[in-house]
Write a protein that binds this ligand. Structure first.
Ligand code: NAI
Length: 407
């Protein structure tokens, strides 16, 4: 017989089970569902397309089987994760959710429609979140009767593998909703970085020069793709060079993010897209997925030929100047994000190491290089080009004057 104590314990445990509704079972939605289900949440995964739901279910089965093969999980764990997810074809089925995360097509009008319908079904205190990469959370929240329950919860692809999640409160979001969201995502064993509701949040803003400055260096004829990649990998310890990475992400996708950020920042020249990438995208040279991008790919998605540039072929001083130029532009972007209170110094550095696997946080890197180095490198670029793109962040200048470090 179960005693009163045990009964209340069970009840307590049951009431702690979180019901999570996920809208959209594509790349991101299905990954987020896996993360939540693995953490013990009861997940309802909804999509308007039955084919997308079937695909998500089959994909999860495959992923879990692979994890069994690698002895990372056993059959019991597989069953537990699978039984935590149900696949539903009506938004109404999400009615008992404590948290919903939307991961549908990146279109504000479609998202707004779904959000306002969803709000009519869910309970009063259900948090309604969006995984959007480029829309403002304020504009999505505005479609709700209770906009204070809306928040951005931005995962990175693939969601089960990438440690970082950006949590973005809109100006309407209540403190309680923000804190609960941070708590839930941390319980899912993710690293949370809280970001202001501004274009690109942290990662998609701060990372822009990695691509943009590298493209600019190429366009100026300073070096070819392989040399630029080699410089950043060998001297900067980045896992992938910018051109390899753009090919991996897809030149169409990467170009669109840059263009969206550029437009959203009222055409700040710092984020100006490059014609090279636009032309590659227009030509269908999308990268790995199309078999051709900055490099050629074989049927297994491997680069044809060697990427090794022997140091004798690359003058060390050329490689250093390429690496330093891209690095200082990244540092400038990170410092400016801190200057404008987009996130804390810790969160900015965590975002780049956990979200895009940078070898070091950019602000910690600035400390290592020294503020005087950062300021003089940027001033040198500015003096050479006289373009606003190379303006040094006022924060770097101030810290240099005051002899301060970020950490
Ligand atoms: P996807 O195209 O793989 O999946 C979208 C899914 O939403 C599809 O299965 C589609 O059938 C479904 N859908 C479309 N309209 C719907 C509606 N009205 N109701 C229910 N389901 C609907 O897209 P993906 O890549 O998963 O992106 C989803 C969201 O996540 C977008 O907002 C995107 O900006 C964001 N995001 C994407 C990342 C990526 O690397 N793919 C990374 C981080 C965020």
């Amino acid at each position: 017989m179960i005693g009163e104590n045990q009964k209340s314990k069970i009840k307590n445990q049951q009431s702690k089970i979180l019901h999570v509704g996920i809208i959209g079972s594509g790349t991101m939605g299905s990954g987020i569902a896996q993360v939540a289900a693995t953490s013990g949440c009861k997940v309802k995964l909804y999509d308007t397309s039955q084919a997308a739901l079937d695909k998500a279910k089959t994909a999860l089965e495959k992923i879990l089987n692979r994890l069994i093969e690698k002895e990372r999980i056993d059959n019991v764990e597989k069953d537990r994760i699978q039984s935590n997810i149900s696949y539903v074809d009506s938004l109404k089925d999400l009615a008992n959710s404590n948290l919903t995360i939307e991961a549908i097509v990146e279109n504000l009008d479609v998202k707004k429609k779904v959000f306002s319908e969803l709000e009519s079904y869910v309970v009063e205190d259900c948090i309604i979140a969006s995984n959007t990469s480029s829309l403002s959370i304020a504009s999505i929240a505005a479609s709700l009767q209770k906009p204070e329950r809306c928040v951005g919860i931005h995962f990175f692809n693939p969601a089960p593998l990438m440690k970082l999640v950006e949590v973005i409160p809109a100006i309407q979001t209540s403190e309680d909703v923000l804190q609960k969201s941070i708590e839930i995502i941390s319980d899912w064993k993710k690293v949370v970085a809280v970001a202001k509701d501004t274009p690109g949040f942290i990662v998609n803003r701060v990372a822009r020069p990695f691509y943009g400055e590298s493209l600019r260096i190429y366009e100026e004829g300073i070096a070819d793709f392989a040399t630029i990649d080699w410089s950043l990998k060998t001297l900067g310890s980045f896992r992938m060079g910018p051109f390899e990475l753009m090919d991996f992400i897809g030149n169409d996708v990467n170009y669109t993010v840059t263009e969206t950020v550029f437009t959203a920042f009222y055409f700040d020249p710092r984020y100006k897209p490059a014609f090279t990438q636009k032309r590659f995208s227009e030509a269908g040279y999308l990268g790995r997925k199309s078999g051709k991008g900055y490099y050629d790919y074989d049927e297994n998605g491997k680069i044809v030929g060697s990427l090794d540039v022997t140091s004798s072929a690359v003058e060390r001083s050329l490689a250093e100047s390429i690496c330093n130029r891209v690095l200082v532009m990244l540092i400038n972007e990170a410092a400016d994000a801190l200057f404008l209170n987009i996130a804390s110094a810790e969160d900015i550095d965590n975002a780049m190491t956990k979200g895009v696997n940078y070898p070091k946080g950019l602000l910690a890197w600035a400390d290592e290089k020294g503020m005087d180095w950062c300021v003089s490198e940027l001033d040198e670029l500015y003096n050479e080009y006289h373009e606003d793109r190379y303006r040094c962040s006022p924060l770097l200048r101030k810290m240099n004057k005051e002899n301060k470090t970020f950490f």
